[in-house]
Design a protein around this ligand. Sequence first.
Ligand code: BG6
Length: 544
Amino acid sequence: MSVAAQSSDSQISTLQSTLKSTIQSVGPCVMVIFGATGDLTKRKLIPALYNLAQQNLLPDQFSIVGIGRTAMPTEDFKHKILSALKEFATGDVKDTLLSWLAPRLHYLSGDFQSPDTYQQLKEMLSHIDQEQGTQGNYLHYLATSPTFFEKITQQLGHAGIAQESEETNNDQWRRVIFEKPFGQDLASAQKLNKAIGQVIKEQQIYRIDHYLGKETVQNILIFRFGNGLFEPVWNHRYIDHVQITVAEQVGVEARGGYYDASGALRDMIQNHLFQLLAMVAIEPPVSFAADAVRDEKSKVLRAIEPLSPEDVLRNVVRGQYGAGQNSSRRSDNSSENSSNQQPLVAYREEPKVDPQSQTETFVAMKLNIDNWRWAGVPFYLRTGKHLPERVSEIAIQFKQVPSLLFRDTSMDELVPNFLVIRLQPNEGISLQFGAKVPGPKVQMGSVDMNFCYADYFNATPTTGYETLLYDCMIGDATLFQRSDNVELGWEVVTPILDVWQAMPAREFPNYAAGSWGPKAAEELLARDGRQWRASSPVFCSPSA
Ligand code: BG6
């Protein structure tokens, strides 16, 4: 993970060129994508590889092998991939780069369970090594249903193309990226960790959480530990509570089959929101080395107070959307007409969803981190589908000042300080504080100091997968989850899954699509004398 930032244009460009000249280059390798005909490949992986190539971060000795169950000649695969790239690239697509990419694309059709597929893959890889000089370095990306993770790893092992020892010499590397979800609960995650651990070593395993590829998420560590200003107040003495919201405007779309067996707790909380919580709450690591950061993350997850069944009933709210209307306000860059309200169907009527489904599409919860830094500071988390807007942000509310000076001021006017880290869209950081409203009377108003990424950095749009793929190719696992990180996440949510399984949600559906979730989510904070922070209508101007 490499980051640097200052304010003026000249400082930024000096830093950027320094970084470019010191950036580690990726060595020769082949990236093998299992599930190459799926959405992830065309929407994210190929555009991300294209962006890396554009920044000269991929070596000439590079190839991609797509594996899918659909039978098709390599030429058809190339055609599909390159035309999808024109649709999903994050910027202009240059013909020169397409000509660079095309001869590096290969396709193999086959059954993921059959040993034949892996023998053919082995032959293909050895041929590419000879032709392309890729030197036997392989990155296997499992962009398949998780049901195949164990089988694919075992078969890669049997074919001898996953291990780094014996058949290979010491300079060769083999790595495997596992997409989420990694397990369905603690027991299945442990079982999967054990099974893949019998084939490859932990250093070769890259469990991906695409939230860690977001610049704004990586910036949390720089913001906290690269500035002397914030760290002294980043604790229970000054912070009242933390709110983490990942709200989605979309529903389950075409993913009903997957989602109905998963739900918001497994799909978002156990991974993405826990990663955000860990970034906000960790102690300073001794370095940005993978294990130093991941050790600290594990400590935070371990310090989360275990939830008893009573805690689950009291502090965890589940919701499922019923029919409703999409919202009138969009906070992303979409050009969609905001006044054009559309009816939205109930979750239970979505394609491939059980009409009696008990799956939650919304979760709000309160967690306590029982350590010296955070004792007594609640962390409120919420996420949901079909909420009024797409917004992901972390809001840190600081403690109120003593009211002595302001006895004659109504307490409503005494605004608490909020530090808001906006992850998406219109990325930035905002500090909210009180200021005197001009005039003879002492009156207080709330004002914002905003930093918008778009104003400071000329960053071109990315898919969010660039850093993750690049890091994996250079062997930096800082932004990937270690086995204990994943299992600790499951340990926190497993009691919730148990209670929910024992007690079906009779009130489902309990929020209208296009609303901010069930009433109980408001009550969760209201009981503590708090409320969810309304996201700023215009945090950073989308056009900035
Ligand atoms: C995925 C979930 O991991 O993250 C999806 O499976 C969710 O359900 C998505 O929509 C959200 O990602 P982002 O980057 O759009 O916030």
